[in-house]
Write a protein that binds this ligand. Structure first.
Ligand code: IPM
Ligand code: MG
Length: 404
């Protein structure tokens, strides 16, 4: 190998470390969590995104507006639409989030975001960084919280996926050392691990859970995963009432399919890429990625979204209005809980389970043989408002458990 290639690789490695060292300093100085009880008005921004994004975001926004009508009227909550997070506009500005869009996002406390197209090498769009990844980094949304529930099986999982580090932090800054050697960089930091693991334990404590499961591959990936595991042991000391265990990602993916044991898991904390993969698997167990929502939470900002993509084919075939908005409605439930409406958020969760998994009076087929997303949204809102919601939900869960 030529000396020049080696020198270039060394220089590259040095260069990518500088912003990361600065980032760690910022993390160490960061303040505490925002208290929404003290904020008035709470500003919620909505971002339609691409493909079926605008259609399902509109449904979710309408449900949110309906449910928060009194708070909007009293001025406690403001909902505003933010345009421009489309692939066309991002390509035009050659930015994964155009500056003016980012400025608008920063004026909101939380956002509800539809799926956005993620460009890839060889695709029709310039190969920009994913808008999701950029927003997570820009707003330091370090906790990707993904709940998965199958009440009739006793499954009630919450995943705390680290959202700003791991292979994602330097994912577009790898290097071809020579034409034959490609290297990407994986980064895990002590403060970055600490804040996500602490968030997982704090959630367990707050919600009366007793166990946190840490997922790594620390036997093979010794430095980075090793650090994550070491930090977990330290954080756990602060939570004496909560037990914890470490699992490797390979056996963890298997255990999620183990019907005899899977309901024993409660809260998970894991690095970014393992979390990306494991949460898709978990969502599938709940009924598919279309049923799962995702919260991207930082100490100051938060963004709530579907976990699936933008389904451009549905738009090309003129079927966007028939797209299933469940994942965005799940995001609404998480958003509500996050900004202090936990009881309402819980009602939306239960209504979604009734409407999507059990009762299914309004059926979505993804085409004109079924209902529109808007009709489904109305069905969910009506169900949320039903004074007998909890009994209705309980009855379905009991019936389903008896079948299994
Ligand atoms: C997710 C998605 C994103 C990710 C993509 C769209 C960048 O898969 O939110 O899980 O990899 O994080
Ligand atoms: Mg994913």
């Amino acid at each position: 190998m030529s000396q020049a290639a080696l020198e270039r690789a060394r220089e590259h490695f040095g260069k990518i470390l500088v912003p990361q060292l600065e980032r760690i300093e910022r993390m160490k100085r960061e303040g505490g969590w925002i208290d929404y009880g003290q904020v008035k008005p709470i500003v919620i921004g909505t971002l339609g995104g691409d493909g079926i994004g605008p259609a399902i975001t509109r449904v979710a926004e309408n449900v949110l507006k309906d449910l928060l009508a009194a708070e909007i009227k009293s001025g406690k909550v403001v909902i505003r639409q933010i345009d421009g997070l489309t692939i066309e506009n991002r390509a035009k500005h050659m930015k994964s989030i155009p500056d003016d869009v980012l400025a608008e996002i920063r004026k909101c406390h939380v956002t509800l975001k539809g799926p956005t197209t993620t460009p890839e090498a060889g695709g029709p769009w310039p190969n920009l960084e994913s808008a999701n990844v950029s927003m997570r980094k820009e707003l330091d949304l370090f906790a990707n919280v993904r709940p998965v529930r199958v009440p009739s099986e006793g499954i009630d999982w919450t995943f705390f996926r680290e959202n700003t580090e791991d292979l994602y932090a330097l994912g577009s800054q790898g290097i071809d050392v020579t034409p034959d050697i490609a290297i990407d960089f994986r980064l895990i930091t002590t403060p970055g691990s600490e804040r996500i693991i602490d968030a997982a334990f704090a959630h367990a404590k707050k919600t009366g859970k007793t166990r946190v499961t840490i997922v790594t591959k620390a036997n093979i990936v010794k430095k980075t995963d090793g650090k994550f595991l070491e930090v977990a042991a330290k954080v756990a000391e602060r939570y004496p009432g909560i037990s914890w265990d470490g699992w490797y990602i390979d056996i963890m993916t298997a255990k999620l399919l183990d019907r005899a044991r899977r309901a024993d898991f409660q809260v998970f904390a894991l690095p970014n890429l393992y979390g990306d993969i494991l949460t898709d698997e978990a969502a599938e167990i709940q009924g598919g990625v279309g049923t799962a929502g995702s919260a991207n939470i930082g100490k100051r900002f938060a963004m709530f979204e579907a976990i699936h993509g933008s389904a451009p084919r549905m738009v090309q075939e003129g079927r966007a209005q028939y797209a299933d908005p469940s994942s965005m409605l799940k995001a609404v439930a998480m958003l509500l809980s996050h900004i202090g409406f936990a009881e309402l958020g819980d009602r939306v969760d239960k209504a979604l389970e009734i409407c999507g998994q059990y009762e299914r009076k309004v059926k979505l087929t993804g085409r004109d043989t079924g209902a529109t997303g808007e009709q489904f949204g109305k069905y969910v809102t009506e169900t949320v408002r039903d004074p007998r919601l909890k009994e209705r939900w309980q009855a379905f869960v009991a019936k389903d458990s008896a079948k299994k």
